[in-house]
Design a binder for this molecule. Structure first.
Ligand code: LMR
Length: 358
């Protein structure tokens, strides 16, 4: 009798324990809920919109600094409702795959150089013409003015929205095979280029060979001497230490490296009007800030290269520069025949207006 009673109690306890276990497991009070303690910011964080912004250069460059500034301004202007997570140095995507990632919606924002966009927007090849821009003032009037707005507004790909053009700086030539002072000095050398028909043509005219190569592979290929030279801005040459694996640099200012800041269109359309407005204001402030500071950043880094390395630097004289300009003149006519002269004319006219009386 006593034994029966005992086994009845034990069986009942086992059944009750099993029941409690099944019920709690079923409604999700398991291991996860025990470890996830309550956080009073959690509700807000769940609603936070995150913009992943991927780029390929270092943080201490014009684009790197602007991306961070934009992130801070968006945080401030949306009172934390939107967070811009910046991924520099190609941590997420290289320049050869970031645009496709943006189109597929795998990342929300990127800022590729316009040369990287020319395979998709062939009219943008005008921006790669050598000596198109007279000086930084002309660059700003074009990229941060009406022409820039129109170019961004006419991007053909419907999955991409252009928010702004950002400046970096004029490009300089580097090599490890001898100084590059006259067009003839390029003959037979192999240069790394971005994927632009305009840049390919520029080096073809010089009698050089080219390799299209993502930015993050350039250092290694200079180091192994697979390629002899390249063209880039001082900030990229400095921050990626190209000056340690190249022996000669010509301050040629022959071409311009700027960026189109792009956002995924479907993501943009999903944002409320208020948030869109705040992002536009943050972008405009960042762009103005960058146009005020990009030259100074490049100049400071040129001083650092001069003081801290053995690279031989040659600055083109007026006479040498004139030779280069005349040498590339036929590219303008060819460009107009192939792609039309609408943008070219507008850009050159603006240069004439910009420099009246100077
Ligand atoms: C390059 O590929 O050299 C540049 O486009 C890198 C950059 O984003 O400045």
């Amino acid at each position: 009798m006593v034994n029966n009673m005992k086994s009845f109690i034990v069986t009942s306890i086992v059944i009750i324990v099993c029941f409690i276990f099944i019920v709690f497991k079923g409604i999700g009070i398991g291991e996860e809920s025990i470890t996830s303690t309550y956080d009073d910011e959690q509700e807000g964080l769940n609603e936070q919109i995150v913009i992943n912004f991927s780029h390929v250069v270092a943080e201490n460059t014009p684009k790197g600094l602007a991306a961070q500034k934009f992130s801070n301004l968006v945080q401030e202007k949306t009172e934390g409702k939107v967070k811009v997570e910046v991924f520099p140095n190609g941590e997420l995507y290289s320049d050869s795959d970031e645009l496709q990632a943006l189109i597929r919606g795998e990342v929300e924002m990127i800022a590729p150089s316009f040369s990287n966009i020319t395979p998709y927007e062939t009219e943008w090849l005008v921006l790669d013409l050598p000596f198109l821009f007279k000086d930084d003032d002309h660059v700003e009037k074009v990229l941060n003015g009406e022409i820039g707005k129109k170019l961004l507004g006419e991007i053909k790909n419907r999955d991409v929205k252009g928010l702004a053009f950002w400046p970096n700086g004029f490009k300089q030539m580097t090599s490890n095979k001898g100084p590059l002072i006259e067009p003839v000095d390029f003959r037979g050398l192999r240069f790394r280029i971005m994927p632009s028909k305009g840049l390919e043509e520029q080096f073809r005219m010089l009698g050089a060979r080219t390799n299209v190569m993502p930015f993050n592979q350039v250092y290694r290929n200079f180091e192994t001497r697979y390629i002899d030279g390249g063209e880039n801005t001082i900030s990229n040459i400095y921050s990626k230490r190209f000056y340690t694996v190249q022996e000669y640099m010509t301050l040629s200012n022959h071409g311009y490296l700027g960026y189109a800041v792009l956002i995924n269109q479907a993501f943009w359309d999903s944002l409320s009007k208020d948030i869109q407005e705040a992002i536009i204001v943050a972008m405009d402030e960042t762009t103005d800030w960058l146009f005020e500071h990009n030259v100074e950043i490049n100049e400071q880094q040129l001083r650092a290269i001069r003081n801290g390395s053995d690279i031989q630097i040659h600055e083109l004289t007026e006479e040498e520069r004139k030779k280069w300009i005349d040498f590339f003149e036929p590219m303008y006519k060819e460009h107009a025949i192939k792609y039309g002269d609408k943008w070219l004319t507008e850009i050159l006219e603006l240069s004439a207006k910009t420099h009246i009386g100077k």
